[in-house]
Design a protein around this ligand. Structure first.
Ligand SMILES: Nc1nc2c(c(=O)[nH]1)N[C@H]1C(S)=C(S)[C@@H](COP(=O)(O)O)O[C@H]1N2
Ligand SMILES: [Mo]
Length: 400
């Protein structure tokens, strides 16, 4: 049994021992907890209150990320399953800078609007946080707080156009049904948003399905926003309300230093005042090595046909190229790159390398996007909360 699985099972066992505690603070009902345990056994749990779990890179080797390998990032408690058996209790209200405000039932939404399915990257703004020095607080994500599953839903722009956007519409705000870790039902867990131009993109969705099935409880059943290219904190789960605002939203975790980076670069470890921070929008260009698994052994006879692959994506458009090095960046080799299935889908890269001799190698991958930006060799841009680390990923390989 590998370490992550053992770790996961340990957490599950502990959860049973403290079950009352867990069901009150982690999931509200036993059913969703058990459903989760069954589905997510592949993930490495970083925190279980609230629940945060990531996949190891080699578990992300499929073009369409399977649900059981998709990371989970909860700021609060998964809302009660009460409405899960009875969707008539759920509605989505859409208010604010619109010609008309309205509350939609699931039936209304499905009847009125066309359903689209896209492969869309979802990546936590804090993915890669473990690479910062001095360390920054929060979940110490390494590579796995990202995935590119298939999401199905309606276009947010169709919904907004149905109600008519006023010229004063500047920003979208979401409200979810999850519960604040303190248990205070009046507090919002997280209420963020994005500018109206992002809301009007074809791939910004109110999603109901993940990989062809109803959203699982942990991923936001019955509806969530998917705002690809932005930090995943913009993709509000357990959606109950959308508020179109005439200014930048100021909800929970939208103000202060959450999901923000310094306007001007700062030295590692600096204190930065809130007024000197800005909201993260497009996520940086990035890649992942999904095959082989780090620390794999390669037989000497296979050293001339060493296959390596992964994915590349960027919040600022398509990937232009991916280069791979096995000698600490002294020489680079350009990988084969596939077209994206649609905007904001990650792109497969693959390369066959000739490794010169027996011994130890570190393989790095470096993606460049259409804007000409590529990945730095070292962790860039230290920031107080450890966001947007897009340093090149690396794996270790032994030719034996
Ligand atoms: N309502 C709500 N939406 C939320 C969150 C949350 O805690 N509550 N977490 C956000 C963050 S920080 C991330 S990274 C993504 C994670 O989505 P996932 O758990 O489906 O991977 O959801 C976002 N949407
Ligand atoms: Mo996140």
């Amino acid at each position: 049994m590998d370490k992550s699985r053992r770790n996961f099972l340990k957490k599950i066992a502990l959860s049973y021992i403290y079950s009352d505690f867990v069901f009150k603070h982690f999931f509200l009902d036993k059913k969703s907890f058990l459903a989760f345990a069954e589905d997510k056994k592949d993930l490495e749990v970083l925190n279980d209150r609230p629940l945060n779990a990531q996949a190891e890179p080699h578990k992300l080797d499929q073009q369409v990320t399977p649900t059981h390998s998709l990371f989970v990032r909860n700021n609060g408690i998964v809302p009660s399953a009460a409405y899960q058996s009875d969707l008539s209790k759920w509605s989505l209200s859409v208010t604010g800078e619109l010609n008309q405000e309205k509350s939609y039932t699931m039936k209304d939404l499905l009847k009125k609007f066309k359903l689209y399915t896209y492969q869309l990257v979802l990546e936590c703004g804090g993915n890669g946080r473990a690479g910062f020095y001095p360390p920054t607080p929060g979940n110490q994500w390494t590579y796995g707080a990202v995935g590119c599953p298939e999401w199905s839903g309606i276009r947010l722009k169709d919904l907004l156009n149905d109600l008519g956007l006023k010229s004063s519409a500047k920003y979208i705000a979401y409200y979810g049904m999850d519960i604040h870790p303190s248990g205070d039902m009046k507090k919002d867990v997280i209420s963020r948003g994005f500018p109206i131009h992002k809301a009007l993109e074809d791939t910004t969705l109110v999603a109901f399905k993940l990989n062809g099935k109803d959203l699982p409880p942990v991923h936001g059943f019955p509806a969530r926003l998917i705002c690809p290219g932005f930090p995943a904190s913009a993709s509000g789960k357990w959606l109950k309300k959308i508020w179109v605002r005439d200014r930048v939203h100021d909800g929970a975790k939208m103000t202060g230093n959450s999901y923000k980076i310094p306007k001007n670069p700062v030295a590692p470890g600096s204190k930065v005042l809130d007024k000197d921070l800005m909201i993260i929008e497009n996520m940086p260009v990035k890649s992942l090595i999904t095959f082989p698994r780090s620390k794999s052994k390669v037989a000497v006879k296979d050293k001339d046909k060493f296959i390596c692959r992964g994915f590349a994506w960027s919040g600022s458009g398509e990937i232009a190229k991916v280069d791979v090095s096995f000698d600490f960046g002294q020489t680079w080799h350009t990988a084969k790159l596939s077209q994206p299935a649609n905007p904001f889908a990650w792109q497969r890269w693959e390369i066959t390398l000739v490794l010169p001799q027996q011994g130890y190698y570190e393989v790095w991958s470096c993606a460049t996007d259409m804007t000409g930006k590529s990945q730095p060799m070292v962790t860039p841009g230290w920031n107080p909360k450890g966001y947007v680390n897009n340093a090149m990923p690396r794996i270790a390989i032994n030719v034996v």
